[in-house]
Design a protein around this ligand. Structure first.
Ligand code: HAM
Length: 437
């Protein structure tokens, strides 16, 4: 018998994805695609291999990812390169490099693909895994934070996952962070004997990260630690308050988690995670995580640009489906609804009340599967109507304070300029009738 030659195996933490799993992964990708299309995100595909310095500066030199988890190496040409451990720095690089800074704001981009982190493989933690990633660049209003969180919640619902909790927090900006960090350091230093060796280092090098430690003794110290919400400057406080109000309006329940800090250096103000119920105290527990990164574009050589985004871990979601014996049964998939077409309606909102109502109207359109566009950042009528005509929608819905109070809305035919007043509750029915014609 001839001796068999060496048989090769995949690398640890980098599994093959076979038939059944691949089909679930593809279903998740299709669901994400439809939602990204519905909310007018454009897909972008960036290279898997990038310059190492982009992530050292972007993700942050002192983060676990950069300190311990990168696949980085020198090429034969002696360039230092890295297999991307996350999307965000690549997206920001591409945004600056491809002239998107001059495009009308916000620029909404989404991606799907593999990422690489050299972690110790275990449940929920792979070395090659997939994310769907959504970024909104050039957006400072808290309404965008709420809308982004809503998109992620909708994706999970459509996949069939409902047993999660949305955790939110604000970690302030450069102005208020110093005061908080001083308080945090002094609390941990007073308990230095009771924390793990890692946290002893973290409290000096990257203090916020101590709040992320899952060691039991560190958790005990954390319970009495100062909370960031009490140290926010006025601007961050108002931003966070407004974000929470928008979540209330959208009836999206959340847990105010004062110790949620996230493991990447670029975050400011809002941070959020979707965590399966009952897994709050476990490491590697989040299905989706994200937040604001208002200084990253500037730090990577662009103009000051407030941004936010988040990413979902596909394998973690697949594990959650399997654990709970849930099969994806999605209406969008069954009917092959992709929302690829151009939006037919643009919602113009004038003032705070209208902003709030427009969030609900957008969701009504989503349920009715009619694509709608918005620019929730803007408050001005002309500006929004200009955007509507640039997109080429048939109708604009105009909502001011008066309309909100009367539960009405103005429907404007963008070709003829003719306007008509509709009752909000009849809106979808009327639009459907018009579209049929
Ligand atoms: P992240 O929290 O590092 O954020 O990752 C997002 C999600 O990716 C996690 O919630 C988890 O589901 C999944 N994930 C992370 N690491 C692993 C792993 N080793 N194995 C399996 N799944 C994993 C980011 O990556 C940010 N870039 C998100 C973002 C976008 N923030 C702003 N924009």
């Amino acid at each position: 018998m001839p001796r068999r030659k060496k048989q090769f195996k995949n690398l640890t933490g980098m599994p093959d994805i076979l038939k059944k799993e691949l089909s679930i992964l593809q279903d998740i990708q299709k669901i994400v695609t439809s939602f990204a299309n519905f909310y007018n995100f454009y897909q972008i595909s960036t290279p898997i291999l990038e310059e190492e310095e982009l992530f050292i500066k972007g993700t942050g030199e002192e983060t676990d990812i950069i300190q311990k988890e990168t696949y980085s190496f020198s090429t034969q040409g002696k360039e230092r390169v890295i297999l991307r451990p996350e999307f965000t720095p690549s997206i920001v690089r591409a945004y600056i490099q491809n002239g998107m800074e001059t495009a009308p704001k916000p620029v909404k981009l989404w991606s799907f693909g593999p990422l690489f982190r050299h972690e110790k493989p275990q449940k929920g933690r792979l070395r090659q895994f997939h994310q769907f990633n959504l970024e909104i660049l050039g957006s400072k209003e808290a309404i965008s934070d709420a809308l982004l969180v809503q998109v992620f919640a909708n994706i999970l619902f459509e996949i069939g996952l409902e047993n999660w909790k949305l955790h939110v927090n604000s970690i302030g900006c450069k102005n208020c962070r110093n005061t908080y960090i001083r308080k945090l350091k002094s609390h941990y230093k007073s308990k230095i004997k009771s924390i793990c060796p890692e946290c002893k280092k973290r409290i000096i090098k990257n203090p916020l990260r101590v709040l992320d430690c899952k060691e039991e003794k560190c958790q005990r110290v954390k319970k009495l630690a100062p909370q960031f919400v009490n140290y926010l400057c006025e601007e961050c406080h108002l931003h966070f308050k407004s974000f929470l109000e928008f979540l209330d309006i959208m009836e999206l329940p959340y847990i105010l988690n004062p110790y949620l800090v996230r493991g990447l250096d670029y975050y400011e103000k809002t941070v959020f995670e979707f965590i399966p119920e009952g897994k709050e105290d476990m490491a590697q527990n989040s299905l989706i995580g994200g937040g604001r990164y208002d200084s990253l574009v500037e730090n990577l050589g662009g103009r000051p640009t407030p941004c936010l985004g988040g990413a979902g871990g596909v394998e973690r979601i697949m594990e959650e489906l399997e654990e709970n014996k849930i099969k994806i049964s999605s209406n969008l998939l069954e009917k092959n609804i992709t929302f690829k077409e151009k939006p037919v309606v643009f919602i113009v909102q004038l003032g705070d009340m209208a902003k709030k109502d427009s969030l609900k109207i957008i969701e009504d359109f989503k349920k009715a599967k009619i694509k709608i566009a918005e620019n929730l950042e803007k408050d001005n009528l002309k500006n929004q109507l200009d955007r509507a005509s640039r997109i080429g929608v048939k109708y604009a819905l105009i909502l001011g304070q008066q309309e909100c109070l009367n539960k009405k809305v103005i429907l404007r035919n963008m070709e003829t300029g003719i306007q008509k007043i509709l009752i909000q509750k009849d809106l979808i029915k009327e639009i459907k009738k018009k579209l049929k014609k």
